[in-house]
Write a protein that binds this ligand. Structure first.
Ligand code: AVJ
Ligand code: FE
Length: 437
């Protein structure tokens, strides 16, 4: 369609920035200052670091790079540069205390909203189509998901509340377990989506041989059969590095699960609840996903297979933005945006299915793929190497589809996430695939 006009773009940018800030506030105002500055896990930053880092990135990219402003607080840059200090070191830094971190992020935002009223939205790649504003809204939302992970790792009583997600659709038991995706080329990545990040670009043709893929995410009930069959005691299912992790840490179930009185329970945001069989399995590492798939006589989908299943429309040969088409996500289509504090049961969101009937590709749980995080042919780092480029070929595995904790602004069928294959504190699950003969 025609490019949206300037006023519409400005409105959209202001809206997504505001939505991100409301979430940031909710995640940082529900605990006291002592908890904001504490480190709840060596894997995570103190929440107050994320808060000021959000403001600092917004100052760097919007006020300075787009607006040409002088630095508000140049001395903060090294403190909140993710590459200068690994997460484990951040609590020892002279960080802004909570009230000052809030004031800094708020001061930056007030100036950004002024800038958004007047900044040109065409002419330079950084501002074209409002890119920098969209990038910064996505950045804040990504840190909001990170902060939600920190909340899950924190001990103490519940401070977060949300309604339950919708149940599985009534046709779930009658769905085929897998569908066949015919071999052939499809368009992977995008050159059109105005706020797509550098690693999603450019669009390119990719040949994918025929394969079968699960219609649903692997559920806790499915995964329990692997556990009960001795999956965690059987090295032959595991990648050597995965088996090493099982042995070194005594793994026997997903993170946050434990046995209580003969059944499995899980800790979730400060409460303990039974493990629900129908819910997608979550908090598994790449290695656990890979071992389950091997046990099931299957494998993880490659990243190209996942994207083809999620956006190739066999009727038109086109790649769409989402499995259901080009329209934005809605609450009927996908579990996104932390509207709920857990994934919906496998089989929910029939309106969000793909043309072949693959469900819950978008939202609920991030899905591990078999692929390493690598650049697409023609990749150009933009606007900074530290977003994607420095992670290519560094042992990171790609995750796709987004979790219940991902905002729609940072979610599309081309969006790529990545993490180390041992990580399990993230909202990660998976589905399986197999070759077609
Ligand atoms: C894309 C989720 C891997 O959190 O490390 C945030 C996103 N990059 N600030 C991360 C990101 C810079 C990134 N992930
Ligand atoms: Fe960041």
């Amino acid at each position: 369609g025609p490019a949206p006009d300037g006023d519409l773009l400005r409105e959209r940018a202001a809206h997504v920035l505001l939505r991100a800030r409301e979430r940031t506030r909710a995640l940082t105002e529900c605990v006291d200052d002592r908890e904001l500055v504490a480190q709840h896990s060596p894997l995570m930053s103190p929440l107050v670091w994320d808060l000021a880092h959000i403001g600092n990135q917004e100052e760097i990219w919007l006020l300075r790079a787009v607006g040409g402003h002088d630095a508000l607080r140049p001395e903060l840059d090294p403190l909140y540069d993710a590459f200068e200090h690994p997460r484990a070191e951040r609590p020892a830094l002279p960080l802004l205390p909570p009230d000052q971190a809030r004031r800094y992020a708020g001061d930056v935002r007030a100036r950004v909203l002024d800038l958004l009223g007047t900044a040109p939205l065409h002419g330079r790649p950084l501002v074209e189509g409002g890119f920098a504003f969209g990038m910064i809204a996505q950045h804040e939302q990504q840190h909001d998901e990170t902060m939600l992970i920190t909340h899950q790792l924190r001990s103490g009583p519940t401070v977060l509340f949300a309604p339950e997600p919708p149940p599985a659709a009534p046709d779930t038991a009658a769905l085929p377990r897998e569908v066949r995706v015919e071999g052939g080329a499809f368009t992977m990545g995008t050159s059109q989506e105005p706020w797509a990040l550098d690693n999603e670009r450019p669009a390119h043709r990719r040949f994918v041989p025929s394969f079968w893929i699960d219609t649903l995410p692997v559920s806790n009930g499915d995964y329990l059969r692997f556990i009960e069959d001795g999956g965690y005691r059987e090295p032959r299912w595991w990648h050597p590095a995965g088996w090493e992790q099982v042995r070194a840490h005594g793994l026997r179930a997903p993170l946050f699960w434990r046995r209580e009185g003969g059944s499995w329970v899980r800790r979730r945001f400060g409460t303990v609840e039974p493990v629900r069989a129908a819910e997608p399995v979550m908090h598994v590492s790449f290695y656990e996903a890979q071992a389950y798939a091997a046990w099931a006589g299957r494998r993880l989908p490659t990243e190209a297979e996942w994207e083809k299943a999620a956006r190739h429309d066999p009727a038109t040969g086109r790649s769409t933005r989402y499995p259901w088409g080009d329209e934005d996500p809605t609450p009927e289509r996908a579990n996104l945006g932390q509207r709920h504090l857990r994934p919906a049961d496998s089989g929910a969101y029939p309106a969000g299915g793909s043309p072949l009937g693959v469900r819950q590709l978008i939202g609920d749980v991030w899905e591990w793929t078999a692929s390493d995080f690598l650049p697409y042919p023609g990749f150009c780092s933009f606007p900074y190497r530290e977003y994607s480029e420095v992670f290519f070929g560094d042992g990171h595995k790609v995750l796709r589809g987004g979790s219940f904790a991902v905002d729609p602004v940072a979610c599309r069928a081309t969006f790529r996430n990545w993490d180390l294959p041992v990580r399990r504190q993230i909202f990660s699950g998976f589905r399986t695939a197999r070759d077609a003969e």
